[in-house]
Design a protein around this ligand. Structure first.
Ligand SMILES: NC(=O)c1ccc[n+]([C@@H]2O[C@H](COP(=O)([O-])OP(=O)(O)OC[C@H]3O[C@@H](n4cnc5c(N)ncnc54)[C@H](OP(=O)(O)O)[C@@H]3O)[C@@H](O)[C@H]2O)c1
Length: 267
């Protein structure tokens, strides 16, 4: 059994805990900022141990997962630095990259930064992961198990996590926006809201499965759209409104906001 200590017990922590309890070889201890009811619920729901004093749990832990807001990191890392001795420290917080963790923790501490998305709650997150400089083989395998507990992952550099977060973290919202636009006309065909949502969700899942087969999106578009046909008429409207340029602006807006936040918080 490897012991993992969670500091933070909210949505993201619980998504990972739900996944790890299925892997059976983790001893899980969960702590938070004092919400006792939440810890009681977690104990009941996942059958894990909870504590109001995470400091007493660090000594024999293999992994510490920081699943709390970015702004809580400074003070928690200061305290954690006093207890840590080569345990793997992972954060899931926006903006808290490996270089930030390494700076705050004792030399040689293995660290990693995970950037999951909300689909982690269904075990379907596409998670970005940047490792610190002291992550060794044993840490890699624990990291891989934690990543697998919430979906799939790509190992990238710290800078790439910043650049790719709009694509993996924000873009699900753009897909939901499109879904919402399709649900309305679907209902106008006389089906229920529930049927309309299912139809659109299953369509998106099917399209995702086609993309996952690795085909070029343009080839997939050609398979759907015959020249001069029904789908081509719809694609023409997207082109007239410069859909590609709109999507570029959307991603740029995410980057601009993220850079702005970084400079404000001095991350
Ligand atoms: N939710 C997502 O889909 C998602 C996606 C990517 C990244 N993230 C990142 O994951 C982190 C957690 O997000 P979340 O959605 O799980 O938030 P959440 O549901 O609001 O939970 C936050 C948790 O952090 C705890 N906490 C706050 N300050 C603390 C402190 N000083 N010491 C110890 N625990 C503290 C809270 O304690 P109490 O229980 O006592 O209130 C709570 O359990 C954030 O950094 C967020 O950026 C989340």
């Amino acid at each position: 059994m490897s012991k993992v200590v969670f500091i933070g017990a909210g949505r993201m922590a619980q998504s990972i805990i739900a996944g790890l309890t299925k892997q059976s070889h983790w001893s899980i201890v969960v702590s938070n900022n004092g919400n006792v009811n939440r810890l009681e619920e977690i104990e009941k729901k996942y059958g894990v141990q909870t504590t109001d004093s995470w400091k007493e749990e660090i000594d024999d832990a293999a992994v510490i997962v920081l699943a709390m807001p970015p702004e809580a990191h400074d003070s928690v890392l200061k305290e954690l630095a006093l207890f840590i001795d080569k345990q793997l420290v992972i954060t899931v917080a926006a903006g808290i990259g490996p270089s930030y963790l390494e700076e705050a923790l004792p030399e040689q501490t293995p660290v990693a930064w995970l950037m999951p998305n909300t689909a982690a709650s269904k075990g379907k997150s596409m998670t970005l992961c940047a490792k610190g400089t002291h992550v060794e083989q044993a840490h890699e395998s624990m990291l891989a198990q934690i990543l697998a507990s919430i979906g799939t992952a790509e190992i990238v550099s710290e800078e790439q996590v910043h650049t790719l977060t709009p694509i993996t973290g924000s873009a699900p919202a753009f897909v939901y926006q499109m879904a919402d636009c399709l649900i309305q006309p679907a209902k106008e065909a006389g089906i229920s809201e529930q049927q309309a949502r299912k139809l659109v969700a299953d369509m998106i899942a099917g399209a995702a499965a086609m993309l996952q087969s690795g085909d070029d999106p343009q080839r997939l578009i050609d398979q759907v759209a015959t020249p001069g046909g029904v789908t081509a008429a719809g694609l023409d409207v997207l082109e007239q409104h410069d859909f590609n340029s709109i999507m570029k602006q959307v991603i740029k807006a995410c980057h601009d906001r993220s850079n702005n936040e970084k400079s404000k918080k001095d991350w």
